[in-house]
Design a protein around this ligand. Structure first.
Ligand SMILES: [Ca+2]
Ligand SMILES: [Ca+2]
Ligand SMILES: [Ca+2]
Ligand SMILES: [Ca+2]
Length: 347
């Protein structure tokens, strides 16, 4: 399973954090209700300095296959020294209307915090990437110093994967020299983020129709399955296990007559089975992983080798320094002297 980068953002804002720092000193001395309004908020994950050395936890247990459970942990803090009465905490996904769960907190004294856990049964949740959001005092039961810091994003990219294959691919050019006649190596990675294996179904699982100016060259390799050339196209047949990947490597030759400056772009296509019924029904183009654009072709520009400027930072071949030359001369002179002296005794 892909472990996607998790982002925690949209927390109450810098003002709330500044206020937290100021009120922390007040809280240190607050034994009783100070007469101020309470202020509920959701301190960013890892925030230290909560009551009794507490540290804020705002996280999910991460990606699951559809039907699996995601546990969501949230920390609600009362930023002010004023006590808060009962209030509701609601966790939702992709906005505030898709409710995962609601819990009632009976009250939160000034400067105290509480940790709640919610369990998200994803049986009926849509597959794909979701944002998990938590909001406090959703019914407006508590009058607070600040009302605008009551929602936060717990996880901006938690994935629910289908119980079927979910296949995508990257295609990267591994060769630097792009002159006419040069050999170019491509590496294609086919990966299956779904929760079911992609089988070797009827028809190819991958094809790369080479554009004008490129021809297949040599034999490709695959970490599993069978790679071949068919009517000038690279083709692959095989299975991709759930959560696994297959790497294809193949070579092409740039046509010797291609003009300098020509840009040659193309993409491979994965053919996969989105509903797991044993027939490939979905085509997905490859992505060039070296560019920020998604699902973009992999390109090269034909450049004559003689025109390529030397790599910056290259160093000239080392030359002997003057001292080195002097030393070398002395060594030569020394061995010559010994040779001359030995000759009479050898005779
Ligand atoms: Ca608040
Ligand atoms: Ca096949
Ligand atoms: Ca299918
Ligand atoms: Ca790209």
């Amino acid at each position: 399973m892909n472990s996607r980068h998790r982002v925690v953002r949209r927390w109450g804002g810098p003002l709330t954090i500044a206020l937290f720092a100021v009120l922390l000193s007040t809280c240190a001395f607050a034994e009783e209700d100070c007469g101020k309004l309470p202020d509920l908020w959701l301190p960013p994950h890892g925030t230290v300095g909560l009551a009794d050395g507490g540290v804020s936890v705002q996280e999910t247990t991460g990606d699951v296959c559809q039907g699996g459970e995601i546990t969501i942990t949230v920390t609600v803090d009362n930023l002010s020294c004023g006590d808060a009465g009962p209030f509701e905490v609601r966790v939702s996904y992709d906005g505030t209307t898709n409710v995962i769960g609601t819990q009632t907190v009976t009250g939160l004294p000034g400067c105290e915090f509480t940790v709640l856990t919610f369990v998200w049964d994803t049986t009926d949740a849509p597959v794909g990437e979701h944002e998990v959001i938590v909001c406090v005092d959703t019914t407006g039961a508590v009058t607070e110093l600040v009302e605008s810091n009551n929602c936060a994003t717990v996880d901006a990219s938690v994935n629910i994967w289908p119980n079927a294959p979910y296949v995508d691919a990257t295609k990267e050019r591994m060769s630097q020299v792009t002159e006419p006649g040069a050999t170019i190596v491509y590496e294609v990675i086919l990966y299956n983020d779904g929760c079911a294996d992609q089988e070797d179904n009827p028809g190819h699982e991958f094809t790369d129709e080479l554009p004008a100016g490129l021809s297949p060259y040599g034999t490709g390799t695959a970490t599993s399955g069978t790679i071949d050339v068919e009517n000038g196209a690279i083709v692959w047949d095989g299975a991709i296990p759930a959560g696994g990947q297959v790497t294809l490597t193949y070579k092409v030759k740039i046509d010797p007559t291609v003009e300098e400056g020509t840009e040659i772009c193309n993409q491979g296509v994965v053919h996969w089975d989105s509903d797991g019924d044993g027939s490939n029904d979905t085509d997905e183009p490859t992505d060039d992983p070296t560019t920020p654009e998604v699902n973009d072709p992999t390109c090269l520009t034909v450049v004559f080798e003689g025109d390529v400027p030397p790599l910056s930072g290259t160093i000239d071949a080392p030359t002997l320094s003057e001292w080195g030359m002097l030393l070398l001369c002395l060594l030569f002179a020394g061995s010559f002297w010994r040779m001359v002296r030995r000759r009479p005794s050898a005779a």
